[in-house]
Design a protein. Structure first.
Length: 482
């Protein structure tokens, strides 16, 4: 790189603090043309690499991003692609710092859920820009953040940024319930490559908007446990012309009806209590009053009931379980010998998967319905784990102070709110390994436009570019830049 360019880039860091304290220019305007093109090209490349479990490969995506980093000047020994098999590769890259502090690990998954062309308006595996949005499978979950992470590392490397600690990037496989989860595999087989003081997981958190207006910047500090349970019933069967009341399908159907009518108990933890406390200042009218009422001792039952009618708040207040798959019988003219269903649970971190399995048995109250736990690898077990979720992560000043400073500049007046991830993410592996984990990204998505795992997944063009600039600035601050 020419000396004149190096001088200009280093000057950027000298004025960054002034920019952070005074600038309110939209983030897209802060990106130079080269960075905009780089970030878009990387995003498009990732979207158009199929990384589904059925026919895709995260190894292809990992190698493509590795080549991007190598072309930007990373040393070969600092860019590794490794994994348990040919299709489930993971990328690990490192920017070396001064060593004054322990490294920061940035994680993101490369895989995406399945998508049928017939279900979509556009081809889910083609990157399409139209009407102010980028469309494609993974534009919300979470190739937009993968592209931002790679772009950020390339920018920092080309600018010669020397952080006060190593910065580690891990883009991994099988977050969506596969049997070759990359974060878990790296922790078990190459902990030395990704060991860190704390972890930033850009698969959660982010900016909520209503009618295009940002209302909160969310930081995930705890998450629910994921659990799948198989309900099954068996029967001798027989000819359909001679039906009997004892029917395997009826047993499973009755069990699911009981589940539909059941509500798990209301419960708050330090993160969700703080969440409702801060949200009560943003909401108005009955919702604001109800949020304050559930924080009292004892909580107001009518307020709980009203908030429970809103799916997001309901999932924040309790464990949830819902039927997601159903099967039964083998022929149209035969009584079913077997019937089964999958129930997917998102369990509050203060409870275990086995505790939830036993609760399901009590809810179903039918000795002819068995309940087994299904592992991420698809194994059906008689018993689940007794271990509970990891307690909420402490909101460290070294993370929160630069975050709140930057949010105040890029989204003036928007509060930073700790949240519990109602789904699950790879943060569960890093948290369980003793690495404090925070879900943080700068992507703004409308609360009524969440399309992850759904049809016509998309992210706003301006939202994406603002996220590119946010993460760059945030990493500079975390790495000791001023």
């Amino acid at each position: 790189m020419p000396l004149a360019v190096i001088g200009v880039e280093r000057l950027r860091y000298l004025v960054l603090g002034l920019l952070l304290s005074t600038a309110t220019v939209p983030a897209h305007a802060q990106l130079d043309a080269q960075t905009s093109k780089l970030s878009r090209d990387i995003f498009q490349q990732l979207i158009e690499i199929n990384t589904t479990d059925s026919v895709g490969s995260t190894t292809v995506a990992a190698k493509a991003m590795a080549q991007r980093l190598l072309d930007a000047g990373f040393a070969q020994q600092d860019v590794l692609v490794l994994g348990p098999n040919d299709r489930k590769g993971n990328l690990v890259a490192r920017i070396h710092g001064t060593g004054r502090a322990k490294p920061i690990l940035f994680i993101g998954h490369l895989d995406v859920v399945e998508a049928l062309r017939s279900d979509w308006t556009t081809d889910p595996f083609r990157f399409v820009e139209k009407d102010g949005y980028f469309y494609g499978r993974g534009t919300q979950d979470m190739k937009e953040s993968d592209a931002i992470l790679v772009t950020t590392f390339i920018r920092l490397k080309k600018q010669g940024f020397k952080p006060d600690r190593d910065l580690i990037l891990a883009l991994t496989a099988d977050e969506e319930g596969g049997k070759s989860n990359g974060v878990d595999w790296l922790l078990k087989n190459h902990r030395d490559l990704i060991d860190a003081a704390f972890v930033l997981n850009s698969d959660s958190g982010g900016v909520d908007t209503e009618h295009g207006k940002p209302v909160s910047f969310n930081v995930e500090a705890t998450e629910k446990l994921y659990g799948d349970y198989q309900l099954s019933a068996t029967n001798p069967g027989g000819h359909s012309s001679l039906p009997v009341p004892d029917n395997a399908i009826y047993h499973v159907a009755d069990a699911l009806t009981r589940l539909q009518a059941y509500t798990f108990p209301f419960e708050l933890n330090p993160v969700t209590r703080a969440y409702f406390g801060r949200m009560s200042g943003l909401e108005t009218g009955q919702s604001a009053a109800d949020m304050k009422a559930i924080l009292r001792t004892p909580p107001d039952a009518k307020a709980i009931a009203r908030l429970s009618a809103i799916p997001k708040y309901n999932a924040t207040m309790r464990t949830t379980c819902v039927a997601t798959r159903l099967a039964g019988g083998a022929a149209n003219n035969a009584l079913p010998q077997t019937a089964s269903a999958n129930v997917n649970c998102r369990i509050l971190p203060s409870h275990s998967r086995e505790e939830t399995r036993l609760q399901l048995i009590r809810i179903f109250n039918d000795p002819k319905v068995s309940v087994h736990y299904v592992t991420d690898a698809g194994e059906v077990l008689d018993k689940a784990s007794d271990s509970k979720g990891v307690p909420p992560t402490d909101l460290r000043p070294e993370v929160m102070q630069p975050l709140e400073k930057l949010v105040a500049v890029m989204w003036p007046g928007v509060p930073v709110i700790p949240v519990m991830e109602t789904g699950a993410s790879d943060g569960k592996y890093t948290s369980e390994a003793g690495l404090p984990t925070y879900g943080i990204n700068g992507i703004a998505i409308g609360i009524d436009d969440v399309r992850a795992h759904g049809k016509d997944e998309r992210v706003g063009v301006d939202s994406y570019y603002r996220g590119v600039e946010f993460y760059y600035r945030f990493v500079v601050l975390l790495g000791g830049g001023r």
